[in-house]
Design a protein around this ligand. Structure first.
Ligand code: AMP
Ligand code: MG
Length: 296
């Protein structure tokens, strides 16, 4: 009992910061029930929007510093490492919001951002990973996939765009692909931005209430709401089948935008910190170069 009490006292409470956001939001092994992983929970982290804003300023500075080191060590030191943030989620879940408010905290020069849309004729003529492989970030970059290889087991599965025998083989193909990325010095951070169906409805209505948001509104998104349960099942399967140690899945409670942004930022920062990034040494004689500059 004493041991249990001690373990419980170590668990952070809402409003307290967890020792590791990755450990807190990592999907456990085994079947995934997205209904149990509620969309409005705040297991630990900022207590409210203002607290989140404070924390984001700190996280942003640290992230920007480490991202510069990542870039510098590739440019100046031949380091092959890179980071890939994969963003998935239902319409309005906040993929664009995370890009704006989290990825936007670092130097855009070191970011490679790709949005995957409905495949073109040319892309459809190739294997589903063809267009993805071409967009893998180069050394030193923070790659961001706004949608990804997972669409080929999500929208494709929900709408029967290929036979089941084809999409069901893709989980293993995705795992192999991600293992290759990791073997090639890529840290893969996969985030499912988890919102409730009613939060999506609120966000769609908010878009319709604001003429400056009409451009974000897509009438087709309302038709997709009919397939909500099928999407949740497809997401559960994709997350469970592809939750590998090499490239684990994180489910981000996303009904509160401030919590979502903080969680992804904290997760990304932890990934960058785990790389122990250092600025590369000069590959020239610094004193000699100072003299040459002065004399020039
Ligand atoms: P958005 O991200 O809102 O601009 O929309 C992009 C659309 O492209 C979404 O409706 C996705 O479901 C769709 N899409 C992305 N990848 C695929 C894919 N591999 N197959 C079919 N549709 C896709
Ligand atoms: Mg959309």
């Amino acid at each position: 009992v004493a041991k249990e009490a001690k373990a419980a006292s170590k668990l952070p409470k809402p409003g307290e910061l967890p020792a590791s956001v990755a450990a807190m939001l990592r999907v456990p092994d085994g079947p995934v029930d997205l209904e149990l992983l509620t969309t409005d929970r705040h297991p630990a982290g900022p207590r409210d929007k203002d607290h989140a804003a404070e924390l984001m300023a700190e996280l942003g500075e640290k992230m920007a510093d480490l991202q510069e080191r990542l870039y510098a060590s590739a440019i100046g030191g031949g380091d092959k490492r890179r980071v890939l943030l994969v963003l998935q989620g239902m319409d309005t879940a906040g993929k664009d919001g995370v890009i704006n408010h989290v990825v936007g905290l670092v130097d855009p020069g070191g970011v490679s951002l790709v949005s995957f849309k409905k495949p073109t004729e040319e892309e459809l003529a190739h294997d589903f990973l063809w267009r993805i492989e071409k967009q893998v970030p180069r050394p030193g970059r923070l790659g961001v996939f706004n949608r990804s290889q997972y669409e080929d087991v999500l929208v494709v599965r929900v709408h029967d765009l290929v036979p089941e025998s084809v999409w069901s083989a893709r989980y293993a193909q995705i795992n192999d692909f991600e293992q290759r990325l990791v073997d090639g010095h890529t840290t893969v951070v996969k985030c499912f931005l988890h919102v409730s169906k009613s939060e999506q409805s609120d966000r769609l209505l908010a878009r319709l209430d604001d003429p400056t948001k009409y451009w974000k509104y897509n009438p087709g998104d309302v038709d997709e709401r009919k397939y909500w349960d099928a999407y949740q099942q497809a997401y559960s399967a994709a997350i469970a089948h592809c939750n590998t140690d090499a490239a684990p899945w994180y489910v981000i409670p996303s009904d509160d935008k401030w919590y979502r942004n903080w969680a992804v930022a904290a997760l990304l920062l932890e990934s960058l910190e785990s790389l122990n990034l250092r600025y590369p040494d000069a590959d020239f004689d610094v004193e000699e170069e100072k003299r040459r500059v002065r004399d020039s």
